[in-house]
Design a protein around this ligand. Sequence first.
Ligand SMILES: C[S@@+](CC[C@H](N)C(=O)[O-])C[C@H]1O[C@@H](n2cnc3c(N)ncnc32)[C@H](O)[C@@H]1O
Length: 471
Amino acid sequence: MARKKKFNPIILTDRKMTGIAEDSMSVCRTDDGIVCFVDGAVPGDVVDVLITNKKKGSFFGQVHRIIQPSKVRIQAPCTHFGVCGGCKWQHFDYQGQLREKENKVIQTMRRIGKTEPKEYIPILGCEQQYFYRNKLEFTFSNKKWLTAEEMSPEGDVLREPGLGFHRPGAFDKIVDIRHCLLQPDPSNDIRNSIRDFAIRQNWPFFNVRSREGFLRNLLIKTSTTGETMVLLSFHYKDEDAIRVLMDHIITQFPDITTLLYVINPKANDIFLDLPIETYYGPGYIVEMLGNVRYKLGPKSFFQTNTRQAIRLYDRALEFADLKPDDLVYDLYTGLGSIALYTSSHCKKIVGVENVPPAIEDARENASLNGIQNVEFVVGNVEDVVNEDFIARYGVPDVIITDPPRAGMHANAIHTLLRLECPKIVYISCNPATLARDVELLSVKYNLDKLQAVDMFPQTNHIEAVSLLTLK
Ligand SMILES: C[S@@+](CC[C@H](N)C(=O)[O-])C[C@H]1O[C@@H](n2cnc3c(N)ncnc32)[C@H](O)[C@@H]1O
C-alpha cells in the first residue's frame, strides 16, 4: 500500500483573513490564489500562518504570529480557549459574530435558494452571551489531555485523570475542565467536586481504549426555574461506591433537585437505550417557556438555550399571526415545545415527530398543562402526513416546520406543495438546507420574511426563522 506523503510545514507570511469558513476557521489565500483555512484567526487579522496540511487543493494551518490584530479580535475570557473543542469564537467580538452569522444566512439564501426575502429582519442576538446552556455532558478519562504547558520537556509528566470535554476530533482525548462559561451555577462546582472526590477515593476513571474503569459520564441539566438534574454514568455496578458518591453529591449540593445514575457496560457513551435509576428526587426537572411547564427527563430533547428559545418561538408566533380558529401543523415537534407554547393562540395544533419517547413527553406535558387542543402523531413527516392524515385533521391554516440539519425530506416538500396551506413558518438550524427547501417551495410560495437568530453565542452555529406565503 502506498504510504501517505508527509507534509512539510511551511510558513506563509503577512496574510489578511478575508472571511470565515464552515468550521470556524478563517480564510485567506496564497499569492498563487490557493485557499488557506486558518485556525485561531478572526476576519481582518493580518497574520503569519503555519501551514501544516494540504487537502483537496486547499491549505490548512494555524496562526503562527499575529502581525496586525483585527478590530473584531478580543481577548477570549475562558482559560480553556483553544484547547477545548467548544466556544471557538470567544476571540471574536459579539457584534462581529452576529454580522458574520447574519451574512451567512443572507448569502446562503441568495446562492442556494436563489431568493431574496421581501423583508429581511436584522439578526436576533442573544442577551446572554455566556452561561446560556441548560445542559452539558462531560466525560471521565483516566488520562486527561495535557496542554503544552503541562508537558515537561523530559516527557515524565504524571498522567492524571480528568473530567471534561473531548478535544476537537479526538474520541479518546479529554480536556479536563475547571471552569466552563457555558452553563450557569452550580454546574462548575458540581463537576469539580465530583472529579476531586472521585480522585481522592481512588476510583478508576474510564479508559476508552481498553474499556476499563468505573466512572464514564456526567450529565448536568439546569432550568430557569432553579432546578438541577445530575446523572452519572458508570461502567459497572459497584453499589457501595455509587452510594458513597451519590451521598457526597447530595450533601455538598442540597439544591440539586434530582440525582440519577445509569450503568453503561456498552462500548459507546449513549445511554438513551438504558434504564435510568433515580437515587434522589422525582427523576425529572421542570422548565418553563412562557406559561407552559415542561417536565424534562434525562433522555428528553429540549432546546439548550431556554431564554433564546422563547424569543425564537415568539418570533415564529409573530410570523404565523395565528387566529383563534386556525388549525396548525407543528412538524418535527420534538417533545412538543412549539406546539404547547402555541396552543393558546389557535383552535387546534397537531404535532408530528419520529421519536416515540419524545411524543410520550409531549403528551405528558400537554396533560400536565391541561392543554386539550393538541394532538401528537409518531412517525416520519414524509410518511405520516399523507392523504389519510389530511382527511383526518384537515388542511391547516399554518404549518410550523422545524426539521433537523438535513432539512425536509423531498416527499415532505411535495406534500406541502400539494397541501397549499396559506402560511409556512420554517425554522432551521442549517441555512443551506433552509435555502434548498425554500427554493423547492418557491413554485408556490414567496419568501416574505427571513431572520437569523443566534441561539449559540461563541460558536458558528446559526438558526433562522422564515415566513413563506402561498402565491
Ligand atoms: C430541530 S429538532 C426540533 C424540535 C422542536 N421543534 C423544538 O423546537 O424543540 C428536529 C426534530 O425532528 C425530529 N425528526 C427528525 N427527522 C424526522 C422525520 N423524518 N420525521 C419526524 N420527525 C423527525 C427529531 O427527532 C427532532 O426532535
